[in-house]
Design a protein around this ligand. Structure first.
Ligand code: ATP
Ligand code: MG
Length: 301
């Protein structure tokens, strides 16, 4: 497939899952088991598509790095075992590690809690020319903290700011923050890997039954699973209030890992294609220097 066709294909594959007008979004309209036109027998074809995508992504990243103007901020949010880590690993497998920075955000430390909720993420923003990846992010604030109000109590906020208006305010602040980033050439693209409760159970059981996967299991995962419906409400509300044209969400079906990876790869390609990236052109003076260097090298015996 030619480059232009691949880019077109990436757009077609990812667009059905893109949300940029939050108001119209309903989580129940996305089936976690969806694989579009691919069937289970197509898995090898799907893997091939991913390989092509990974190659194209590497080309784009080289351009991004050379041009050194834009940065891409990829945010991954999901329930446990939805496949964040594996997706990041596969989709970014072809890119130059120098141009890519991954940050995982776990439960906040005492120092984190002594700051505003965007602080630790803001410090981890990608430099120009880079792809920054957040494995969890400031969105935990409107997800886990919303599901567990006691976490809000532990934050060092002045008491009178902990009112119920805090959630609409958080959404507004996030929208403005992401608009600020976009206006500064840091392009946010957000992914919710949407796994079903049934598939999560299957993956937890695998982790418990396979000694090589024991390390991946934590008792906290089962505790959070008990709050499934509250999490789904929090995700829906978050996406409804923070999906915008300049910082879209992709709600990606996550019951089939191979499909999740294709869609995420395609969305990243689509985002990079939108940046009109090109290699810097050297000016006349620099070109003369290059010619001189070329002559000098050839003149060596
Ligand atoms: P994995 O399990 O694959 O190692 P993970 O991202 O699930 O990756 P964990 O250490 O298991 O990592 O979980 C991190 C926990 O930290 C999650 O339960 C998440 O909700 C919680 N967390 C992250 N950010 C915040 C926050 N701002 N406030 C409270 N809890 C948070
Ligand atoms: Mg975990």
């Amino acid at each position: 497939m030619r480059r232009t066709e691949l880019i077109q294909r990436a757009r077609e594959l990812s667009r059905p899952f893109r949300v940029e007008k939050g108001e119209t979004f309903r989580l129940k309209h996305v089936d976690p088991g969806d694989t579009q036109e691919f069937t289970a027998e197509d898995k090898p074809r799907a893997k091939e598509a991913l390989a092509l995508g990974v190659e194209l992504l590497a080309d784009f990243q080289d351009l991004l790095y050379a041009q050194d103007r834009w940065a891409l901020l990829l945010i991954f949010q999901a329930m446990d075992a939805a496949g964040k880590d594996g997706t990041i690993k596969h989709v970014m497998s072809g890119v130059n590690p120098q141009g890519c920075q991954v940050t995982a955000f776990k439960a906040p430390s005492a120092v984190d809690l002594d700051h505003d909720f965007l602080w630790r993420c803001n410090r981890a923003l990608p430099e120009r020319g880079r792809i920054g990846i957040f494995n969890r992010s400031y969105y935990e604030e409107t997800l886990v903290v919303r599901v567990h109000p006691e976490l809000l109590e532990r934050q060092s906020l002045p008491p009178r700011l902990k009112r119920k208006e805090i959630w609409p305010q958080r959404f507004e602040d996030i929208r403005h923050y992401e608009r600020y980033l976009a206006r500064n050439g840091i392009v946010p693209v957000k992914f919710f890997l949407h796994v079903s409760k049934r598939e999560q159970k299957k993956r937890f059981l695998e982790r418990l039954e396979n000694p090589e996967k024991h390390w991946k299991f934590s008792a906290a995962d089962i505790r959070e699973r008990a709050h499934w419906d509250a999490y789904m409400e929090a995700y829906e509300d978050t996406i409804r209030h923070t999906a915008t044209a300049e910082a879209p969400w992709y709600v990606v079906p996550a019951d089939n890992k191979w499909f999740t990876r294709i869609v995420v790869g395609a969305a990243v390609i689509d985002a990079l294609d939108g940046l009109d990236l090109r290699y810097p052109v050297v000016d006349e003076a620099a070109r003369q220097q290059l010619q001189e260097a070329h002559r000098a090298l050839l003149a060596e015996d």
